[in-house]
Design a protein around this ligand. Structure first.
Ligand SMILES: NC(=O)c1ccc[n+]([C@@H]2O[C@H](COP(=O)([O-])OP(=O)(O)OC[C@H]3O[C@@H](n4cnc5c(N)ncnc54)[C@H](OP(=O)(O)O)[C@@H]3O)[C@@H](O)[C@H]2O)c1
Length: 292
């Protein structure tokens, strides 16, 4: 099996390269070697590699910057997934793509299921929803995994920033009115590999009606303030921290260009039931991610 992994140096793409190794020949590629805002670049890569599976872990992920660079965000997050779906269909390849909890407005008050109506409140969320729609319009064999609050320990993200801030500041102010489901990129990559193995090893299991959107994130939910406190507690080099106090703030206290949903946590039971999988709690995964 040949697996083209686009976005291979990103948080998720980097982990995917490793998790997919036992499954086949992994072909990693990232910007600028491939440019998802350029149709020809996408076509060239798919044509020359001729993959059985295309995994798109690349995206325009700068949520605030997207408010200013809306055209580029739409091109990478919406148009490109549609092109990838067309390319996959013409090769009869499987497309695995990732989307976001930010397709929801966050007003439901509890975890979102796949049947809930999206209503993005920022450009990033709207462009990612556009990508989901482009792929489902084309059809073929595809899986869209909506994930949430993705982190890794090797690239800039909330977890690495909290650890860094704690070494530079005595007081931290973290918002308590945003709730989500923190997801370790390694677990998401491993779960993707397990789902792919199940699909490719059992013709009985896989049929076109399994194509679709699945929520896939750390089990449970937490607000950013509590998440930050847990990160600091689990810090393997706590003695380096100079932080003395973590204060709870409100989203309105910070003037960010993009609005964030209040509660965009994801209910992942559909994925777990369909793929006979278990997704660990966000706390257990964070313990594993931060242990030395
Ligand atoms: N991060 C989160 O909190 C979060 C939450 C929910 C869903 N997601 C989704 O999960 C997926 C993986 O996210 P991630 O956090 O792993 O992303 P990431 O770390 O930001 O990596 C994205 C990758 O895409 C590449 N890229 C950007 N523009 C490109 C272009 N024009 N052509 C080709 N590649 C390009 C980036 O390259 P450069 O580094 O060179 O720019 C980077 O390697 C994405 O679909 C994202 O929308 C993420």
């Amino acid at each position: 099996m040949k697996i083209l992994v686009i976005g291979s140096t990103g948080q998720l793409g980097w982990e995917l390269q490793r998790s997919l190794l036992p499954l086949g020949k992994v072909i990693p590629v990232d910007f600028p070697d491939i440019d998802l805002s350029d149709r020809t670049s996408i076509h060239q890569w798919v044509k020359t590699t001729n993959p059985d599976v295309i995994i798109n872990a690349a995206a325009y992920t700068a949520v605030d910057q997207a408010e200013k660079e809306s055209d580029l965000a739409w091109s990478i997050n919406s148009t490109a997934p549609g092109i990838l779906a067309q390319e996959a269909l013409s090769l009869q390849a499987l497309l695995i793509h990732y989307s976001t909890d930010y397709v929801f407005d966050g007003s439901k008050g509890e975890s979102y299921q796949e049947s809930d109506s999206p209503n993005p409140i920022n450009v990033y969320g709207a462009s990612k929803l556009g990508g989901e729609r482009e792929i489902s319009k084309i059809g073929g064999e595809y899986l869209i995994f909506r994930t949430s609050w993705l982190y890794s320990t090797r690239r800039d993200c909330f977890v690495t920033k909290v650890l860094e801030w704690a070494r530079k500041h005595e007081v931290l102010r973290i918002v308590g009115d945003q709730i989500g489901s923190p997801t370790w990129s390694r677990t998401l990559a491993d779960t993707t590999a397990q789902a792919l193995l199940l699909m490719k090893s059992s013709t009985q299991f896989w049929s076109d009606d399994k194509s679709g959107i699945y929520h896939l994130a750390g089990n449970g939910s937490v607000n950013r303030f509590e998440w930050a406190k847990t990160i600091l507690d689990l810090d393997p080099s706590k003695e380096e921290q100079i932080v003395a106090e973590v204060q709870e703030a409100q989203s309105g206290d910070f003037d960010t260009p993009a609005k964030r949903p209040e509660n965009s946590s994801l209910d992942c039971s559909l994925f777990q039931d369909t793929f006979h999988s278990f997704y660990a709690s966000w706390e257990d995964t964070l313990v594993a991610a931060l242990s030395k």
